[in-house]
Structure formats: structure tokens, C-alpha cells
Design a protein around this ligand. Structure first.
Ligand code: MG
Length: 172
């Protein structure tokens, strides 16, 4: 059925940084262009279309604990994307991946029995490592796609129940 979850990095992928919240619209267009090519996702900007087949989530090492500033910035970003690009992000955002670093650390314990402090995650693991370790989390999906500025472009991990694909925004 091709149920897909798209994970989005924030800094240098969708925004310049948390200090300079410039929205990187050319990257939004790159992601949209790529999503149109993904089977089962193609008509994703149609709010009524394929809603259950596509979810979004955040995978940003810049969100520590959803402080007010971070919530406001991310809220503004979602509003912008939904208004200008019709991704229907607000409704498609999965609570599964609406996470801070604190939550990622909890999930590492839950799914991989790893006790890691949130401050150490980004020193110990790449995002490729993280999604591989957490692959069982995504059993409801057939496909996970991460858009990020640091991952290995087109790297694909085929686990028994899910395929994880990495897209480097700089190489799209
Ligand atoms: Mg980044």
C-alpha cells in the first residue's frame, strides 16, 4: 500500500538556523519535486488525496525540548509551508516523530535498549545509525524518507518491514 513517513531536518534543510529562521524555499521545492516521484505519494499536495498514506515528522538535532521559541518557529514554518505549498503538513504531522532530542533518547531505550543522554546522541550516532536502530518503530509504514543536509545521498536500508531512504538536500 506504500504508506510513507517523511522525516524532515530543520537547520540547513528547511530553515537556515534557529538563530536565523530564514526559510529555505528552494529546498522546500526540491523536497516537493522529489515526493512527486515517490510511488503512492505523487499527489501529496491534494489535501484529500492519499492522506492516510503519507505522514511527516521532524528529525532535527536542534530541537532539545520544544521550548517556546522552538515551538513558535516550527509553528510558523508549518503555517508557511501549508499556505504557500499546500503540503497539508499540519494534519499530516505524525505524533510518532514530533520529537525533541529528549524523546529520541527515550525511543533509543525503548526500541534498542540503549541508555544514551540526549546531549550525546548527535556525538555517538549519525542519523543513518539512528533510523536503523529505530527501524521497528516504523512498522506501520512501508517507507521512511529522511531529507537532511548531512546524510549519505540515496543510501537505502532495507529492513524486513520497512525501507529507509536518505536524501541529501544539497544533492537533490
Ligand atoms: Mg541540518
Amino acid at each position: 500500500m506504500n504508506k510513507t513517513i517523511v522525516l524532515l531536518d530543520l537547520e540547513e534543510t528547511l530553515i537556515e538556523s534557529f538563530d536565523d529562521a530564514l526559510i529555505l524555499e528552494h529546498n522546500i521545492l526540491k523536497i516537493a519535486g522529489h515526493l512527486y516521484t515517490v510511488p503512492g505519494v505523487g499527489a501529496f499536495t491534494d489535501p484529500e488525496s492519499l492522506l492516510d498514506n503519507l505522514r511527516f515528522g521532524w528529525m532535527s538535532w536542534a530541537i532539545w525540548d520544544w521550548s517556546d521559541k522552538e515551538q513558535e518557529l516550527v509553528g510558523d514554518l508549518v503555517t508557511f509551508i501549508d499556505r504557500e505549498h499546500k503540503w497539508n503538513l499540519k494534519e499530516r504531522m505524525s505524533t510518532l516523530c514530533d520529537w525533541s532530542m529528549t524523546t529520541w533518547a527515550e525511543k533509543l531505550m525503548q526500541f534498542d535498549s540503549l541508555l544514551v543522554h540526549r546531549d550525546e546522541i548527535n556525538q555517538l550516532f549519525s542519523k543513518e545509525d539512528m533510523l536503523f536502530k529505530l527501524r521497528d518503530m516504523f512498522n506501520d509504514f512501508d517507507r521512511v524518507i529522511l531529507f537532511d543536509d548531512t546524510v549519505e545521498h540515496n543510501l537505502t536500508i532495507s529492513a524486513p518491514d520497512v525501507t529507509i531512504v536518505f536524501q541529501n538536500i544539497k544533492e537533490l
